[in-house]
Design a protein around this ligand. Structure first.
Ligand code: TYC
Length: 102
């Protein structure tokens, strides 16, 4: 109530909340054991990549040690990390998925 300045109370405007949510990169780590085909499958199934892009990203992780699968809001990134790690464990692969703030 900005028109009533004399009521002795703290006046707070009701502002629309239009904040852009912070983003997180979901990353895959290289290891010596997970088959390349499995990593490509993960990138296609869980990160909606074409086989060509998934192969490129997989080889980049293989040579650089880490690679970005995608950038998401916190809740989506956390869910991707859990699902990918569960999927890898179910298939007895040590593939590790993690996330970091952009
Ligand atoms: N380095 C693995 C191999 O040689 C392949 C691999 C790629 C594993 C990417 C994990 O995130 C990864 N079979």
């Amino acid at each position: 109530n900005k028109d009533n300045h004399d009521d002795g109370l703290a006046i707070q405007e009701a502002k629309p909340k239009l904040k852009i949510p912070p983003l997180y990169k979901v990353i895959l780590l290289n290891d010596d054991f997970t088959p390349m085909d499995f990593v490509v499958e993960v990138l296609m199934v869980f990160f909606a990549m074409s086989e060509e892009l998934a192969t490129h990203v997989m080889l980049q992780i293989h040579t650089q040690g880490v690679g970005v699968c995608g950038t998401y809001t916190k809740d989506v990134a956390e869910t991707k990390v859990v699902i990918v790690n569960e999927y890898s464990r179910e298939h007895q692969h040590p593939l590790l998925c993690s996330m970091e703030a952009v």
